[in-house]
Design a binder for this molecule. Structure first.
Ligand code: SAM
Ligand code: SF4
Length: 462
C-alpha cells in the first residue's frame, strides 16, 4: 500500500481563505492527500494568499523564498502551489519571480486542482486564473466527518462571493470578481451536513455577505435574513453569525432578524473605514457617517445586547487631521467591542492609488497608533463590563492547563473554564469572573440561560 501523500496548506488573510483552504484540502483528500501541520514533510504545499494590502502580498514572496531554501537543503521534490487573491492578481509575476512554484490557481478554479497538479507532475508550470462559467462549489467535495471534527464545532459556510461596490482603495472586486450568491438549497444542504457532523455554530461568509440574493427553492430571490430564518429552524444549530457586511446592505429584514432569531449572535462586524463624510465619499463607500450611526441605533433597538466591531483605514489619500479627528470621534460615540485598523495601502489598479494627495508614511503611523490606542481602550472597557455577566459559551478546544476548555462567548471572546461539566461542541452557561487582555475566565452558572439551546448535544463525537 502507498503511504498517503501529505498536504500543507497555509492560509493568509480573511475567513474566505480559511474556508477555501478547507475546501481545497477536501478536494485533495479524494486524491489521497492527508493534511500535515509541518511543511517540511509535505509532498504538496499550498499558499492561499491575500492581496488586500501590499504587506500581505509581499509575505507570499518571502514564504516562497523560505520554501525554496527548504527544498534545496532537503533535496526534496515537494510541489508548490500558490492560490488565492495574489495568484489571481499576479499569476504571471509569481511564475517569473519564483521558479519554485509549480501551480498558480485563482479562487474560482480550486475544483480544478487535481488536473492542474497532474499537469505540473508531467513537468508543466501551470497558471489557472480564469473565472469559469461553471460553479466551483458544484465540484468541490464535502468534508468528511473526520475533517469536520478536526476543524471544531464552529464552521464557515460561503454563501456569497465577490463584490460590486468598488470602494476606491480595494482590490476585492478585481481579484474576486462580481457578486455571486449561491443557491439557497445548496447552502442548506451544506449546513445540514455540517450539523449532522457535530457542528453547532455556522458563520455565513461572503465578501459582501449581506448583499446575498440567492435563488430560493421557490424560484424567488431570497435575502440573507430569509436564508437565516430557514437555517434557524434546522435541528442542532445553536448559533448563527454572518460576516462581512456593508452598511448600505443592512436591510430592514436583516435588522429584524437580530430581534427575532435567538440563534443569531448579538455581535456584528460592520466596517465603516472612516468617520469623515468627505473621506467616505472619496472612498466611494456609498454611505455617510449619519447612515452608519443611525443603523447602529436601529440595530441596538432591535437587539439591546448587540456589540459591534468594525474596520478602519487611516491615511486614505487626502485625509486631513480634521478628517482623522472625525474618525476618533465616531469611535468614541459608538464604543466598539473590537476592531481592525490599517494604514491605507496603495493597491495597483485601484482608483485611490492614482490620487496625488497620498499621506506621508509617518503621518499614517502616528494616526494608526492613536486610533489603535482608542480602539484598545474601547475593547478593554467592553471586556471589563463583561465581568459578572452570564452567557452561553460554545466549548471549542482544550486550554493550556489540564482540565481546562476554551469556549467562545456570543461576542467571540475566548473564555477559559476549569473542569467544565460539558465537552467540546457543547454550550455551557458561564458567569465571567476574570478579564484578561486576551481572554476571559468563567465558572459554570447555576441555572442555564436558555435550556432549549443549552441542551446536551450530539457533541463532536470522538
Ligand atoms: N467587504 C468588507 C467591507 O465592506 O469593508 C471588507 C473587505 S476587506 C477584505 C477587509 C478590510 O481590509 C476592509 O474593511 C478595509 O478596512 C481593509 N482594506 C481593504 N483595502 C485596503 C487598502 N488598500 N489599504 C488598507 N486597508 C484596506
Ligand atoms: Fe472591498 Fe468595498 Fe467591496 Fe468591501 S465593499 S470588498 S471594502 S470594494
Amino acid at each position: 500500500m502507498h503511504e498517503p501523500r501529505k498536504l500543507y496548506v497555509k492560509s493568509f488573510g480573511c475567513q474566505m481563505n480559511v474556508y477555501d483552504s478547507h475546501r481545497m484540502a477536501d478536494t485533495l483528500a479524494r486524491e489521497g492527500f492527508v493534511e500535515t501541520q509541518d511543511p517540511a514533510e509535505a509532498d504538496l504545499v499550498i499558499l492561499n494568499t491575500c492581496h488586500i494590502r501590499e504587506k500581505a502580498a509581499e509575505k507570499v514572496y518571502s514564504e516562497l523564498g523560505r520554501l525554496r531554501k527548504q527544498k534545496q537543503e532537503a533535496g526534496s521534490d515537494t510541489m508548490i502551489a500558490v492560490a488565492g487573491c495574489v495568484a489571481q492578481a499576479e499569476g504571471a509575476e509569481i511564475m517569473r519571480r519564483a521558479a519554485v512554484v509549480d501551480v498558480v490557481v485563482g479562487p474560482q478554479s480550486y475544483h480544478r486542482l487535481p488536473e492542474l497538479l497532474a499537469e505540473a507532475k508531467a513537468g508543466k508550470r501551470v497558471v489557472d486564473t480564469e473565472f469559469p462559467a461553471e460553479d466551483k462549489f458544484d465540484h468541490l467535495p464535502a468534508p468528511t466527518r473526520a475533517a469536520t471534527r478536526s476543524r471544531g464545532p464552529a464552521a464557515f459556510v460561503t454563501v456569497q462571493e465577490g463584490c460590486d461596490k468598488f470602494c476606491t482603495f480595494c482590490v476585492v472586486p478585481y481579484t474576486r470578481g462580481a457578486e455571486v450568491s449561491r443557491p439557497v438549497t445548496k447552502i442548506l444542504d451544506e449546513a445540514a451536513r455540517l450539523l449532522d457532523q457535530g457542528v453547532r455554530e455556522i458563520t455565513l461568509i461572503g465578501q459582501n455577505v449581506n448583499a446575498f440574493h440567492g435563488e430560493g427553492p421557490d424560484g424567488k430571490v431570497w435575502s440573507l435574513a430569509r436564508l437565516m430564518e430557514r437555517l434557524a429552524e434546522m435541528k442542532g444549530l445553536a448559533r448563527l453569525r454572518y460576516t462581512t457586511s456593508h452598511p448600505r446592505d443592512m436591510g430592514e429584514d436583516l435588522i429584524a432578524a437580530h430581534r427575532d432569531l435567538p440563534q443569531l449572535m448579538p455581535y456584528l462586524h460592520l466596517p465603516v473605514q472612516s468617520g469623515s463624510d468627505r473621506i467616505l465619499a472619496a472612498m466611494n463607500r456609498k454611505h455617510g457617517r449619519d447612515l452608519f450611526l443611525s443603523l447602529i441605533e436601529k440595530m441596538r433597538d432591535a437587539r439591546p445586547d448587540l456589540a459591534l466591531s468594525s474596520d478602519f483605514i487611516v491615511g486614505f489619500p487626502g485625509e486631513t487631521d480634521r478628517d482623522f479627528e472625525d474618525t476618533l470621534d465616531l469611535v468614541r460615540e459608538v464604543g466598539f467591542a473590537s476592531a481592525y485598523s490599517f494604514k491605507y495601502s496603495s493597491r495597483p489598479g485601484t482608483p485611490a492609488a492614482e490620487h496625488d494627495a497620498q499621506v506621508a508614511e509617518e503621518v499614517k503611523t502616528e494616526r494608526l497608533a492613536e486610533l489603535q490606542k482608542l480602539l484598545e481602550a474601547s475593547k478593554a472597557a467592553f471586556d471589563a463590563a463583561c465581568r459578572g455577566r452570564t452567557f452561553d459559551i460554545l466549548l471549542e478546544k482544550p486550554g493550556r492547563q489540564p482540565g481546562q476548555l476554551i469556549g467562545r462567548s456570543p461576542y467571540l471572546q475566548s473564555v477559559v473554564v476549569n473542569d467544565p461539566p460539558a465537552g467540546i461542541g457543547e454550550l455551557l452557561t458561564v458567569t465571567i469572573t476574570d478579564v484578561g487582555p486576551n481572554s476571559l475566565a468563567g465558572v459554570p452558572a447555576e441555572t442555564p440561560l436558555s435550556p432549549a439551546l443549552s441542551r446536551p448535544l450530539a457533541a463532536m463525537e470522538a
